[in-house]
Design a binder for this molecule. Sequence first.
Ligand code: NAI
Length: 480
Amino acid sequence: AANGLEYKVRDLSLAEFGRNEIRLAEHEMPGLMALREEYGDSQPLRGARIAGSLHMTVQTAVLIETLVALGADVRWVSCNIFSTQDEAAAAVVVGADGTADDPKGVAVFAWKGESLPEYWWCSDQLLRWPDGEGPNMILDDGGDVTLLVHKGVEFEKAGAVPSYSDDEPEEWGVILDTLRASLAEDPQRFTKMAEGIRGVSEETTTGVHRLYELARDGQLLFPAINVNDAVTKSKFDNKYGCRHSLIDGINRATDVLIGGKVAVVCGYGDVGKGSAESLRGQGARVIVTEIDPICALQAAMDGYQVARLEDVVETADIFITTTGNKDIIMADDMARMKHQAIVGNIGHFDNEIDMVGLARTPGITKVDIKPQVAEWQFPDGHSIIVLSEGRLLNLGNATGHPSFVMSNSFTNQTMAQIELFTKPGEYAVDVHVLPKILDEKVARLHLDALGVRLTELKKDQAEYIGVDVAGPYKPDMYRY
Ligand code: NAI
């Protein structure tokens, strides 16, 4: 734009639609709006240059504009090639008081349906402020930006980027190309950038898993806050969010009646619990697969049949992976499924379903029914329907979780950014969770909107159970 605002989105003329959706979402996001009220004057994020990589949806737009309202200078990308809502991206670029000809908002690089090279180009643009500086904060979902910075530093130390071999995932080759170009341009770019980064707040289970591995191996470069394991995140977004958005994705993709069908949910963690309930709520008979005896027992107690995939793969109608693990549904499994069985994933990455193996099946044909819905026809005549190429279907085929639940997640995100940015030195280079009193604050901010009247703990009652009247009310090990 003329004023120097950089961006790449689908179409700025969608901004008015996006702005209207954002306005409606704000009402459903009381936690974020309360933080704007609380911190609008004191501007705790003034001086923060936040690089955010998180599904560019309407709800994320409200998060971005909250960070800006608290003083931050923000750049943004989506953390998934299919998850952007183009109207939300346009509205964030245009800003509340800009126009398509004179955008005044935030630098966003995201559109629905990026290629993998485009995705990593966007992630690289995210880290380039117009003055040549990098970010001093990262807000990540799944850890792709954190990975880019860490691998960048690793290869700069080594002085070279390793070559790509064919048995590695295609995406890794794209990442290596991105880093090779960076190394040629400035052999210290990521090293200098990492020194200026005060911390990262990470949204999801899979990204948090990567962070703990980096910390364990002594490779973590800056402090991290694990937002996922705030109770008001994983026990709400992962569970109730998926309960809402899983069937939304299946319905928009296929319009197949779920009632009466047999659905298999692989994994019964937080996402699996919400997903199983989502399908049961529509009248499906749900079967769960698990490797963890505790979660398997939970599923059984909740009334689900617990089985192995190989025993039910020929009879079920819908298959959903929720594990955050790899190789859950393989090409051989899909070859055995019923005609027009539906296969989708709601875990963070696409390696839960063996898309590479499926494409290599001799004689197989892919028919694109519409964007993010493909029918794969096997040579024996049966076909299966794969959603979003095995990437998270609630964001690829629908619009992800609704505002109210994301307000809980993003209130945690905003508080994590404030903690890391305003208290450098207080957080060691390690992975931290937010204190429980803040977790309780997030929940508290969402009670009024639902008409909840909380009972007040009496002083002698508080003493009797050994807590403070103002909280926290539970020990850290309590599991909810
Ligand atoms: P979790 O760790 O609570 O649950 C995963 C479950 O899968 C565990 O109980 C584990 O025992 C089970 N599992 C692992 N390998 C398995 C296998 N081979 N077969 C059957 N079960 C297996 O993790 P959570 O929080 O439920 O997250 C799962 C994934 O979903 C992660 O990748 C996370 O990042 C992602 N996620 C996606 C969201 C979305 O909107 N699509 C929202 C939140 C999280």
